[in-house]
Design a protein. Sequence first.
Length: 296
Amino acid sequence: MTDDTVNSTRLSLLGLGDMGTALARAWLAAGYPPTVWNRTPARAEPLAAEGAVVAATAAEAVAASPLVVTCLLDDASVGAALDGTDLAGRDLVNVTTSTPEQARARAAWARKRGARFLSGGVMAVPPMVGRPASGGYVFYGGSPEAFREHEAVLGAAVGARFVGADPGLADLHDVALLSAMSGMFAGITHAFALVRNEEVPLKDFAALLSEWLVAMLASVPETAERLETGDYTTGVVSNLAMQARGNQTLLRTAEEQGVSTELLAPYARLMERRLARGHGDEDGTGLVDLLTRPTA
């Protein structure tokens, strides 16, 4: 890409919260000076000093560029900001946190207004934006043509990964990964609660905990393979019956330590339900069936 190509790429960004501001600064640094708009104009002033063009209204920002990125509070905010704007011929990229169904509905809404649409699920926090080595990226779903056309500029701020023509897939990937993260943090929280009042050096314990969690990640590809084949028993090392017995020790230890079991108990109950249905020789993969097919 030449300097002329970079400088001719016009980009508008609506929303200058922490993430929007980080995106704007990353595009400025990469040579894509954006036109920016924010409901509170003062948020745009520092970016104007750095080279961004400030639009007085959302409609003005949309009119300024063929590529329009929205990074707002929620889906309703996107609808409110774009209400009455002319989206015909625009490519609308919405990286506002949404559900899969909201993304699909917003895609249909955009198409009716003559715009191609991409939904984005951001797998990064603001300090990771503009730093290629940080590992941050955005899932994109929707118009393949729009993604191909704008992949370079989108990826200049933070890595871009296309997951399919269904716009809801970007948000589904985002929420699925965040849900796994949430469960991991629940376990980390419980683990620290168990040891914090004992003579355990917390920094040393943190190193052990990190090492253990990384080792356990080896089970993730195996779970995917079992779900694809339907074989939940071949080669099982720690079967469900053994895990359920082990849960009794986990829960009793928490009680002895004066720690609430509320983070562990729901998962333990799910295991007991699967075990009661005669699946003690499986690993934990069958718990997915309980969550997705409760009557199975």
